[in-house]
Design a protein around this ligand. Structure first.
Ligand code: IPM
Ligand code: MN
Length: 357
């Protein structure tokens, strides 16, 4: 197969981890006979410096012409510490999600048996956790009306959802749960928020179309607690943009490191695959960042964008093997365990993939 992939490595550790993901994809391409054509484009702080735009039109063009997109990370402390900055790297990510119509963000949380002791949570609590968040990604408070009034002394952000936006997201959640354990949890704050009440109403009206799916409705504050108390009771969770952002960072603690968590952002015509972590500026250029979230995002790309399940499985198996052998970066290394470098992980996986028949 010929696969045209746009690469938006972005800021901070983005380029380093993306390089390892590309290394792994090229090994898969070689093994399974796929021709992968990589096209590089700028986004984030780097794009602001070059084009004064964190998601330039040229980048958008490359994205829509590609079969799928591999994304690294975005963000630069220079802007975090300057609340008055008019152009910010994160705007690039939001603009990109919106312009590409990537309304569903699929964020799985799982455990690796070899890493079960790395989580700060008790083993018996997290064992067997296998859940997926389907986070709404192109609406809600991230994209609502915002501004200042009273001479700048009052600020507001608004959360708006319409039925269609909720429906298309919930549909992804129902469909995913049908392929899994047929349990769907709608996470909201319907005891307070009107937008949440519309979520609940909309999801309830869809239940009849998926009679096999057991649907529960839980408040986001309760889910924040249950998620780390009994994570293995959840299967698929659907939620709005901001709740999903917060809960998926929380969920990453279950697997032991944020550096492990991949994600897929899906729309009707485009798909993008990105780690859930940020640009980790303190580690930039040090070759210490964990590239596994980026590599596992590439595995999700093979499966979801190209329907190449065997290739995806091969990456995941190689990752499991590397972890079993203790080929880990410093975020996971404890008690004098050796910490490998970012590029060591990619090299190990590449060799592992190519050495197997
Ligand atoms: C994420 C990130 C982004 C978000 C930021 C960088 C805008 O935290 O992908 O979860 O909030 O969506
Ligand atoms: Mn986030």
């Amino acid at each position: 197969m010929e696969l045209k992939i746009a690469v938006l490595a972005g800021d901070g550790i983005g380029p380093e981890i993306t390089k390892e993901a590309i290394k792994v994809c090229n090994a898969i391409g070689k093994k399974y006979n796929h021709k992968i054509i990589w096209t590089y484009a700028s986004t984030g702080a780097i794009a602001i410096e070059k084009y004064n735009d964190p998601y330039p039109d040229d980048t958008h063009k490359i994205c829509i012409e590609a079969d799928s997109i591999l994304f690294g990370a975005i963000g630069d402390p220079k802007y975090d510490n300057d609340p008055s900055a008019k152009i910010r790297p994160e705007q690039g990510l939001l603009k990109m999600r919106k312009k590409l119509g990537l309304f569903a963000n699929i964020r799985p949380t799982f455990t690796f048996s070899s890493l079960i002791d790395k989580s700060p949570l008790k083993k018996e609590r997290i064992n067997g956790t296998d859940l997926v968040f389907v986070r709404e990604l192109t609406s809600g408070i991230y994209f609502g009306d915002r501004g200042r009034k009273d001479n700048g002394d009052t600020a507001y952000d608004t959360c708006t959802y319409n039925r269609e936006e909720i429906k298309r997201l919930a549909k992804k959640g129902f469909e995913l749960s049908m392929k899994r354990r047929k349990k769907l949890c709608c996470v909201d704050k319907a005891n307070v928020l009107e937008s949440s009440r519309l979520w609940r109403e909309t999801v309830q009206s869809m239940e009849k179309d998926y009679p096999e799916v057991e649907v529960s409705y839980e408040f986001v504050d309760a889910v924040a607690m249950r998620l780390i108390q009994w994570p293995n009771t959840y299967d698929v969770l659907i939620t709005e943009n901001l709740f999903g952002d917060i809960l998926t960072d929380e969920a990453s603690v279950i697997s032991g490191s944020m550096g492990l968590m991949p994600s897929a952002s899906i729309g009707n015509n485009n798909s993008l695959f990105e780690p859930i972590h940020g640009s980790f500026p303190q580690a930039t250029g040090k070759n210490i960042a964990n590239p596994l979230a980026a590599i596992l995002s590439a595995a999700m790309m093979f499966e979801m964008a190209f329907n190449l399940k065997e290739e995806a499985e091969c990456i995941k198996k190689s990752v499991e093997k590397s972890l079993e052998k203790g080929i880990i970066t410093e975020d996971l290394a404890q008690n004098n365990e050796k910490a490998f470098k970012t590029n060591d992980i990619g090299d190990f996986l590449k060799n592992q993939i190519l050495s197997e028949n």
